[in-house]
Design a protein around this ligand. Structure first.
Ligand code: ADP
Ligand code: ZN
Ligand code: ZN
Length: 742
């Protein structure tokens, strides 16, 4: 018998080994094994068995034995991994790697604390980057420093997957004090030591009963759809449906997975599941230590717990008797993984459900166009939860058209419209609270000189206005590459002191609000402000205890927060996202607006929402009328007209490299090779500079493939991308079902 084994070398290649005769029973699909490889010994996983090999059987080598120090992959997950590798054009090694947490895969559990890294002194970092900009020997260090600037407060393992990571450079920067770390203070289990009050299932409302009945019917008809799209506003009772469906699944002796966006994995959420299911629940969040992750994995793998809740990767919880997967907020962008394999957890959940005969619930107040389309096509069942459990009137939403405002007085910022100013004033007088939302951090986004026309921009990236100016820290930072430089006081070109800052972020908004309402107590929440998780909680705590009148923030405050005292929400630039060159811009804007609007009026008083805009937009009208059905009809028509997903499938291929000519040439050659697979159902755009043409001196060319029957061409793309070596310095990334085209 021959075992097909995948090693940890990313070659996208299985190797054949003989199973030692008489020992067949010691090996199974997914088993971790030791194999001879060259002159060394490596570990790998068995993907399948076969009677035959394409190689000369006399030359095949023998498996050395099971790898005792490593965990086996449950066989059902091996099948899922194969599908991920194929569908998402990823190497099999990358796909297999996502199935197991690093701690489990490596078999080594380092007893270490959850340590997160950050850049303690931005001014020092800016100086370091500027001083060594020319020194090629320090390239790696600069890349690592910028990686940490871009993505602060992450654990080490979150950096290691990045192309910019280098262990040596990382350690050197830590020694030099440019990168610092601290032990994460969040308790691994948000409820450690707290015994939640157990609660019992509520008696279902008619909508909930309908949903539960549909799930039972799906169970009885295994040939029909296995996915239920649960479409209902906040407070329509979706979570209660999840809870009861899980209880039924457990009663049938099977297990359940609940996926939520990381940002929604709050103590509030966990408490609700704990109250119903007690210790039968494993909570998988990103800040678990290796040890904890290892333990949770083993608790699931050994059947000690029957429910796992967590973000994206919880989908790979090693249950062997899965009965249900819940994907809450199924439309959420965080379900897409940005590195290989670039999978979309919602779709992989649907596939895992199919492979393991489990049902899947996709829940959302604003379902994705893809899921609605699948429901229309009969692939998913649709359950509309139309009534609210707690009958709350929807907020009143008004649009402040900035073009109708009187011109602002000289020297006065016009960030706030008169309509919004009046509404905030009323709230302050009535001792109610306001949230002001602006999806851009920093003080300003452009710095220019009116004397000579100089405009500051990150030289290594291409988009205009890629710098964000932080006044409090006195630096300009590039939101694309993380580069930071000291902010100039005078124009670097002509020396004029009249340098101007244009465009506004939350830091500026805070100062403007302060100027307009000098007596109001104002808090701000954005990634600049939040240096530690403690900061985050401190602001929220103040706000929830009524110690702040106004909370200013970015998307950090858009989701999930529940503040009964808030009766007004103002969206400063409601039309901001609409001009993105991306066919999902409308959908994202609508989702964002409804989400933010949902923060108003959660208490006794009815909420009010004001969208400020500088243009007409149907999307804003639909959002202001809380008309999701109208919006989705409009959006689907637009996509159908242009033949975008969900009416077609989309694969994006990105070519990157420092030498633009080489990138363009390789992209063209790649595209040319694909032409033979093209048929009349497929459209291939010629490779061209991506909307973001350059990041960190890497030119980026984008090619898209769209069409209905993409299987053949996807296989061709996969082989070209994985098995063809591009010229030195050029790299290729394939993004199947890409969620953005920037
Ligand atoms: P969603 O997940 O759609 O936002 P939830 O399931 O959280 O909705 O329900 C909203 C609120 O209504 C919660 O406070 C919940 O406890 C309550 N609720 C849900 N279902 C019922 C029910 N059948 N009877 C009474 N209260 C309910
Ligand atoms: Zn100048
Ligand atoms: Zn940059």
């Amino acid at each position: 018998m021959i075992a097909k084994v995948i090693t940890d070398l990313a070659l996208d290649r299985e190797f054949d080994y003989l199973v030692p005769p008489g020992h067949e029973s010691e090996y199974a699909v997914g088993g971790a094994v030791k194999v001879p490889f060259g002159r060394a010994s490596r570990s790998g996983y068995i993907l399948s068995f076969s009677e035959r090999s394409d190689f000369d059987p006399a030359k095949l080598r023998m498996l050395e034995g099971p790898a005792a120090d490593r965990a086996d992959i449950p066989p059902n997950l091996v099948a899922l991994g194969k599908w991920i590798a194929e569908y998402y054009c990823a190497s099999q090694e990358h796909a297999i790697r996502t199935l197991l947490p690093a701690a489990v895969r490596n078999g080594k559990v380092r007893e270490r604390k959850c340590r997160v890294y950050f850049v303690p002194d931005h001014a020092a970092a800016a100086k370091y980057l500027a001083d060594h900009a020319e020194d090629a020997r320090l390239d790696k260090r600069r890349n690592v420093l910028r990686l940490v600037l871009r993505r602060p407060d992450a654990v080490r393992s979150e950096y290691t997957a990045d192309a910019d990571y280098s262990a040596g450079a990382f350690d050197a920067l830590v020694r030099a004090g440019l990168i610092a770390s601290r032990e994460e203070s969040i308790a691994p289990d948000p409820l450690a030591g707290v015994e939640p009050v157990p609660d019992a299932p509520l008696s279902p409302t008619p909508d909930q009963k309908k949903a539960l009945d549909m799930l039972e019917e799906m169970e009885r008809t295994p040939d029909g759809p296995h996915v239920l799209l649960l479409y209902g506003n906040t407070n329509s009772g979706k979570t209660e449906v999840y809870l009861q469906a899980i209880a039924k699944t457990l009663a049938h002796g099977r297990s359940a997975i609940v996926l939520v966006p990381e940002i929604s994995l709050t103590p509030q959420t966990v408490r609700r599941f704990r109250a119903r299911f007690g210790g039968n629940l494993s909570v998988l969040h990103s800040r678990l230590t290796d040890r904890e992750r290892f333990d949770e994995w083993n608790r699931i793998n050994s059947g000690q717990v029957k429910i796992a809740i967590g973000a994206r990767s919880a989908l790979f919880a090693p249950f062997r008797d899965l009965g249900l997967i819940v994907v809450d907020e199924e439309h959420d962008g965080s379900y897409k993984q940005s590195e290989s394999p670039r999978y979309l957890a919602r779709d992989v959940a649907v596939m895992r459900g199919k492979l393991e005969h489990a049902r899947v619930i996709l829940g959302s107040a604003t379902p994705s166009a893809e899921s609605l389309y699948n429901a229309k096509q009969g692939k998913f069942r649709l359950c509309r939860m139309a009534s609210q459990v707690a009958d709350k009137p929807a907020p009143i939403i008004r649009i402040a058209d900035r073009r109708l405002d009187p011109p602002p007085e000289p020297g006065v910022s016009n960030l706030l419209s008169p309509m919004l100013i009046d509404a905030v004033r009323e709230r302050i007088e009535r001792a109610e609270q306001t949230i002001l939302f602006l999806n851009r951090r920093g003080y300003a986004r452009a710095l220019c000189c009116p004397q000579c026309g100089y405009e500051a921009r990150c030289p290594e990236c291409s988009v205009n206005y890629n710098y964000t100016y932080s006044r409090s820290r006195g630096v300009l930072s590039c939101h694309l590459c993380g580069n930071i430089v000291p902010a100039p006081v005078n124009c670097p070109q002509c020396g004029s002191p009249e340098i101007r800052y244009l465009g506004s972020g939350t830091e500026k908004l805070e100062s403007v609000v302060h100027a307009v309402f000098p007596d109001a107590r104002i808090g701000r929440m954005d990634s600049d402000m939040m240096r530690t998780p403690g900061d985050y909680e401190a602001v929220l705590d103040k706000f929830s205890r009524g110690k702040l009148d106004i909370l200013v923030g970015t998307q950090m405050i858009a989701k999930g927060l529940h503040f009964p005292g808030v009766t007004l929400v103002g969206v400063i630039n409601a039309d901001q996202g609409l001009s993105m060159p991306d066919f999902r811009a409308q959908e994202r804007t609508f989702q964002m607006l409804t989400q933010v609007a949902g923060r108003a009026g959660r208490g006794e008083r009815r909420g009010e929402v004001i969208f400020q805009t500088g243009r007409d937009s149907e999307v804003l009208q639909f959002a202001a009328n809380l008309d999701f059905d109208g919006f989705s009809k409009f959006d689907l028509e637009f996509r159908e007209m242009l033949d975008f997903p969900p009416f077609s499938r989309l694969i994006a291929v990105i070519f990157k490299g420092e030498d633009e000519k080489a990138v363009a040439a390789y992209a063209a050659a790649f595209a040319a090779e694909l032409q033979v697979y093209k048929h009349d159902q497929v459209r291939i755009t010629a490779p061209a500079p991506a909307p973001i043409e350059k990041i960190r001196n890497q030119y980026r060319y984008l090619m898209t493939i769209r069409g209905r029957k993409l299987k053949t061409i996807r296989e061709a793309v996969r082989i070209l991308a994985l098995h063809r070596t591009p010229p030195a310095g050029v790299s290729v990334a394939v993004d199947v079902d890409a969620q953005d085209l920037m």
